[in-house]
Design a protein around this ligand. Structure first.
Ligand code: GDP
Length: 313
């Protein structure tokens, strides 16, 4: 029960979080960008307010007095942030400041959970934990770091505010600009004879890939803690892009994935963390959180969903 306000309500994590909260009888309100045409769950009460509009946000949280506020909105990807660094700050950094200040002045009893990112650690040695220095490599990481520090500052001043330092998390709802979904969709299309090649960037990059619904559960657990704190959320296993390609193509029934993959410099990034690997001991101990789907399970679920979608279309 209670009332939750979510930013980023139409994204991968937003849709899972909405379903979870509704299933528990929570009244869910979503902040939606004016002009956005993304489909939205019709049980979500929508508020069309720009996330940089401090006065608008203050009015809304003052009216709603939400128990829970989940801040998931932001520029979605690292690649995009190199194309438009100003948008990275405007869409990821500034809204966190606007929300925190609105809550502090108009709804100080709200519990705030910020979706931060492993990108704040840049290329730090693996594994990374809450103790790892923040040292981002990309505009996306820098914008997420700004939000992370703001959350710490407002927490120090008494707000129940936490950041979830989320490692990559995937599902069939992941947009195709992310490498796992690009791969799962291509594997399905190649298996069905609809596509010949898949062009990728750096196959050696290693990421700690988890299952998105598990990460959404972590956000809720963090909000329920008596004391707010930041938590690293990841599986503790890291796999290369190459391994994901092999796993996905195997699910699609293709063993010789090498003959279908080409390296395209267009997808190489100016700076790309080499190995991301989460040490989530704190979340496991204090939140009782643990991932439920492993690397092979994620590849399997994504490719099966894409095979089904492709077969229908
Ligand atoms: P991100 O870590 O949040 O940016 O998630 P992505 O799924 O976009 O990227 C994960 C890793 O895959 C990064 O190290 C990318 O450099 C690497 N990668 C390799 N080829 C590609 C590609 O074709 N597209 C994307 N998006 N990433 C790629």
């Amino acid at each position: 029960m209670g009332l939750a306000l979510i930013t980023g309500v139409t994204g991968q994590d937003g849709t899972y979080l909405v379903e979870d909260l509704l299933a528990d009888g929570v009244e869910v309100h979503g902040l939606v960008r004016p002009g956005s045409i993304a489909p939205i769950n019709d049980r979500v009460i929508q508020h069309r307010i720009d996330l940089t509009d401090s006065a608008g946000l203050q009015g809304l949280v003052s009216d709603l007095q939400p128990e829970l506020i989940f801040h998931l909105a932001g520029q979605t990807s690292v690649a995009e942030s190199w194309a438009d660094p100003v948008a990275a700050i405007n869409q990821t950094g500034v809204p966190t400041a606007a929300l925190l200040s609105a809550i502090a002045s108009a709804s100080p009893g709200s519990r705030f959970v910020n979706a931060s990112s492993a990108e704040i650690f840049g290329d730090a040695p693996a594994p990374q934990s809450e103790k790892t220095p923040v040292n981002p490599l990309s505009p996306y990481g820098a914008a997420k770091a700004l939000g992370f520090f703001l959350v710490q500052g407002f927490r120090d001043r008494g707000m129940h505010a936490s950041s979830a330092i989320l490692y990559n998390h995937e599902s069939p709802r992941r947009p195709e600009q992310f490498v796992t979904r690009k791969i799962s969709k291509a594997a399905a299309r190649i298996a069905l004879g609809r596509q010949k090649t898949l062009r990728l960037g750096n196959l050696d990059a290693a990421r700690d890939w988890g299952w998105a619904p598990d990460y959404v559960r972590a956000l809720r657990l963090m909000a329920q803690q008596e004391t707010a704190a930041d938590y690293v959320i990841g599986t503790g296993e890291s796999h290369s892009v190459r391994e994901f390609v092999a796993a996905a193509f195997r699910v699609a029934g293709i063993e010789d994935w090498q003959s279908h993959v080409e390296i395209d410099p267009e997808f190489l990034r100016p700076a790309d963390p080499k190995v991301q690997l989460a040490d989530s001991s704190l979340a496991r101990q204090r939140l009782g959180w643990a991932p439920t789907v492993d690397f092979a399970g994620i590849a399997e679920a994504m490719v099966i969903a894409d095979l089904e979608a492709e077969s229908r279309s």
